[in-house]
Design a protein around this ligand. Structure first.
Ligand SMILES: Nc1ncnc2c1ncn2[C@@H]1O[C@H](COP(=O)(O)OP(=O)(O)OP(=O)(O)O)[C@@H](O)[C@H]1O
Ligand SMILES: [Mg+2]
Length: 307
């Protein structure tokens, strides 16, 4: 176990392997049944599932990543997350206290988990969007400052408002389970050799291209903050788009273009279901041809519905 964000007011929970095993079994059940009704779901992401545990009265959040057959691959994935977390902290970012863990399953698979405290709803940055929009909101100023200083071209964060706690006038990132790192040519360092080794070969190049395209977009502060605005539209906080854009543009060297926000949003509405359909194809292939369980909950990126 490795704790990151150790100086955060949101302290990493202490969870033993037996309890983590129970979480794992409940998530496997969700994958088998294609239903999360028995879980306390805090968020269904593009890659991870964030589950509150225990279900009745959650004490912590468990974020589960893709299981790996090879322990070396699993360690590498977990280490990559820890290095990414250190890079963010080194660049001045604040993280919610997180235990980066590997669960070694009886069937020989190794599952990376991120374990976090439950940030109370009132401390989620997302709740500020319930208020009437204001220009120069300190959270958006802080977000600009973070995005323009944290990366050095070799890594980037996903600066959507719902990825942060807002506490003590500071942003605390809790979504860093997908390291966005780039090589010296600015190309996304895709880790397709471990987690994605389960993919059928026909799908691999297509998914790889799509994912790299999405992640490369975050490399420049202007584009990363454009995604912040796109995401505001995705969570029905459209009325915050213009005030946030003004706040960002007063500070950015290269301003965000409003039309780009809308074009990108429209593109995501078109493209994300296509990616999810590829994942469903992959699931059918795994289950019917390879006859093994599909270790991933596929969800609609917009409604959160389980597919
Ligand atoms: N520690 C936490 N406390 C409270 N709520 C949380 C916590 N972590 C996540 N959540 C809720 O769950 C949502 C999804 O979690 P998170 O942003 O970490 O991953 P994701 O975006 O679902 O994953 P991915 O990066 O795979 O797309 C958050 O937007 C937030 O609403
Ligand atoms: Mg997120």
């Amino acid at each position: 176990m490795t704790i990151v964000g150790a100086s955060s007011p949101f302290e990493a929970p202490s969870v033993d392997d037996d309890e983590l095993r129970e979480v794992e079994q409940a998530i496997q059940r969700a994958q088998r049944d294609r239903s999360v009704d028995h879980l306390h779901v805090l968020g269904l992401g593009e890659i991870s599932v964030a589950v509150g545990w225990p279900t009745e009265t959650p004490r912590f959040v468990a974020k589960r990543l893709l299981p790996l057959a090879d322990v070396g691959d699993a360690r590498r994935d977990a280490d990559a997350i820890v290095s990414f977390a250190s890079a963010i902290e080194g660049g001045g970012g604040n993280l919610v206290g997180t235990d980066v863990r590997l669960l070694h399953r009886d069937d020989g698979a190794h599952v990376p988990y991120l374990l976090q405290p439950i940030v109370p709803r009132s401390a989620l940055a997302e709740t500020l969007l319930d208020d009437d929009p204001v220009d120069e909101h300190p959270a958006f100023v802080a977000l600009h400052d973070l995005v323009t200083t944290v990366g050095d071209g070799r890594f980037a964060i996903d600066p959507q408002i719902p990825n942060f706690a807002w506490h003590d006038d500071m942003l605390w990132l809790f979504d860093f389970s997908t390291p966005m790192t780039y090589d010296e040519h600015g190309r996304f360092n895709a880790n397709f050799d471990s987690g994605y080794s389960l993919l059928p070969t026909v799908l691999k190049p297509v998914l790889k291209r799509e994912v790299a395209k999405i992640f490369e977009y975050y490399r420049s502060p202007t584009q990363a903050l454009t995604q912040t605005l796109v995401f505001l539209r995705r969570i029905d906080a459209d009325r915050w788009v213009d005030p946030a854009l003004l706040t960002f543009n007063r500070r950015l060297e290269q301003p965000i273009v409003r039309d780009d926000v809308d074009a990108l949003y429209e593109r995501q509405v078109r493209e994300f279901p296509r990616i999810k359909n590829l994942a469903r194809l992959e699931r059918a292939w795994q289950e019917k041809v390879r006859r093994r369980p599909y270790e991933y909950v596929i969800t609609d990126s917009f409604s959160g519905r389980v597919l």
